[in-house]
Write a protein that binds this ligand. Structure first.
Ligand code: FE2
Ligand code: FE2
Length: 179
């Protein structure tokens, strides 16, 4: 038997599946809170995490993975559908980011987003990723690119959070000094 030196997409697919599993677990946690009383703070925290995870994951796919998949696989339908599914998910994420758990249709929007993502993940893992595996792309190199992209964005996000926290604290300091 000869050892194949052909590149494999596996390291990249492994990373993307880890994201899928993480967000699926967060949706399950939310589902468990459904009939629990006084769970609004926990719900808000979970939804914030879900939105952050999904925003970064879709960005990574759109900037790095999908352009490559479009070049490497022949199935344009699966890629077009993935684009439309991302757009639908992003619309719901935007709405949820502006909402509070006590708002009307909050739980329904989280549930619909969860169903949307479940369907999308099934399409990616069942159709797109196997096609990508057959294409012979270098998954190791792209996985590194994905890791670096995520680190950069997480750093930027935490800097901007710190920035806005500082603005708030300097505003409250100004209020105190007026008193
Ligand atoms: Fe994905
Ligand atoms: Fe996706």
């Amino acid at each position: 038997m000869t050892t194949s030196t052909r590149s494999t997409a596996k390291p990249l697919i492994k990373l993307l599946k880890e994201d899928h599993d993480k967000v699926t677990a967060l949706f399950e946690e939310f589902e468990e809170l459904h009939d629990e009383k006084n769970s609004n703070a926990k719900k808000a925290e979970l939804v914030k995490l879900i939105c952050q995870e999904l925003t970064l994951h879709t960005l990574v796919e759109e900037k790095i993975v999908y352009p490559l998949a479009r070049e490497s696989i022949d199935d344009t339908d699966v890629m077009d559908e993935a684009d439309v599914e991302h757009a639908g998910a992003k619309h719901l994420i935007k709405e949820l980011e502006k909402m509070d758990p006590q708002d009307s249709h909050y739980d329904a929007k989280v549930t619909v987003l969860s169903e949307y993502i479940q369907h999308h993940v099934k399409e990616e893992e069942g159709t797109m990723f196997p096609e990508l595996e057959k294409s012979g792309i270098d998954g190791e190199e792209i996985a590194q690119e994905v890791i670096q992209f995520k680190e950069k964005h997480q750093k930027l996000a935490s800097t901007s959070r710190k920035g806005s926290a500082q603005k708030v604290s300097s505003k409250s300091a100004a209020v105190h000094s007026v008193k």
